[in-house]
Design a protein around this ligand. Structure first.
Ligand code: CAA
Ligand code: NDP
Length: 283
């Protein structure tokens, strides 16, 4: 199947990055969010990223304008009526995702593929909200999207080979590397990453070391580009908590219990970099 028109849902940190890389690869992109201001915030991030590419000589001003001209605003899900692919990057919540996919099933053309950028929610369960589970798939980008090479591609129980192949090809066109995984809570990426982050939070909670010391151990000792607490702030502590809850519920194993300190920070609205405060403070 040929994919040309894409609708990205959610203009947050992930959705804006996904819209950017799709437009850079020549796809026509509609970027959807619930409010004008959220769309504008996403577009501002994309414009900043592209301007940095121009400054670094990787792109001309003309090319930047062409990329921007391929991104259009959408504040209404009905804009999905003529697209070939939807990539959903709204909040990590099953009810919200199922409601979006149910509506998309009614709005989008019959051939359209419905993909979710979910970090951990079962694709099979999201697909069950539609009448086309064979055309639903996980397309899990990594943050920051313009930089990270991986797209974890998750097959739901009913996803067809044809749909998988279309998404694999699309991923390569985005200059990313697809890795196929099966549909289990947290897939591969967050089944391994998030318990490490949660354990780092327990290490802080139990007073084993300061936040800076914990991050330094992992940066200097394990060559991680960011320490786990800095990375948690970068991902968003709300998203980290949702993922731990999904692992905990999905496997029923106490080893995935979210650290109480993580819950406390999320309740306080300290969601990390995106709200200006998490384990660290940001400008
Ligand atoms: C939760 C999930 O479901 C899955 C996930 O995504 S988990 C999170 C996965 N991501 C990670 O683990 C990221 C770990 N961190 C890193 O890899 C690096 O710290 C980083 C790439 C973010 C920054 O790299 P750095 O070397 O420390 O900083 P810096 O030199 O400023 O940036 C390197 C490049 O990335 C670019 N960059 C950094 N942050 C960026 C952002 N948010 N958006 C776009 N580009 C960005 C910079 O412009 C720079 O580009 P050039 O080299 O071309 O100039
Ligand atoms: N952060 C990360 O590192 C990664 C996150 N993901 C996944 O990507 C998804 C988005 O995460 P992220 O970008 O970090 O989150 P953000 O909070 O940055 O962005 C989410 C955006 O979606 C909007 N939104 C919420 N509900 C709807 C809806 N019903 N329709 C349209 N837009 C909606 C939000 O609006 P509002 O601000 O009003 O809530 C917000 O603008 C999640 O599923 C997450 O698990 C995947 C990989 C990495």
């Amino acid at each position: 199947m040929t994919i040309q028109k894409v609708l990205v849902i959610g203009a947050g940190q992930m959705g804006s990055g996904i819209a950017q890389v799709c437009a850079q690869a020549g796809f026509d992109v509609k970027l959807n969010d619930m409010k004008e201001e959220f769309f504008q915030r996403g577009l501002t991030t994309i414009t900043k990223n592209l301007s940095r590419n121009v400054e670094k000589g990787r792109m001309t001003e003309d090319e930047k304008e062409q990329v921007l001209s391929r991104i259009t605003k959408s504040l209404d899900l009905n804009d999905a009526s003529d697209v070939d692919l939807v990539i959903e990057a709204a909040v990590e919540n099953m009810e919200i995702k199922q409601s979006i996919f149910k509506q998309l099933d009614e709005i989008t053309p019959k051939h359209a593929i419905l993909a979710s950028n979910t970090s951990s929610l079962p694709i099979t369960e999201i697909a069950a909200a539609t009448n086309r589970p064979e055309q639903v798939i996980g397309m899990h980008f990594m943050n920051p999207v313009p930089v990270m090479k991986l797209v974890e591609i998750i097959r739901g129980l009913a996803t067809t080979d044809e749909v998988y192949t279309s998404i694999e090809e699309m991923t390569k066109k985005l200059n990313k590397v697809p890795v196929e995984v099966n549909d289990f809570p947290g897939f591969v990426s967050n089944r391994i990453l998030m318990p490490m982050i949660n354990e780092a939070i327990y290490t802080l909670y139990e007073g084993v070391a300061t936040k800076e010391a914990i991050d330094d151990v992992m940066k200097l000792g394990m060559n991680h580009p960011m320490g786990p607490l800095q990375l948690a702030d970068f991902i968003g502590l709300d998203t980290c908590l949702y993922i731990m809850e999904i692992l905990h519920d999905g496997f029923g194993d106490s080893k995935y219990r979210p650290c109480p300190l993580l819950r406390k920070y999320v309740k306080a609205g300290w969601l990390g970099k995106k709200t200006g405060r998490g384990f660290y403070e940001y400008e």
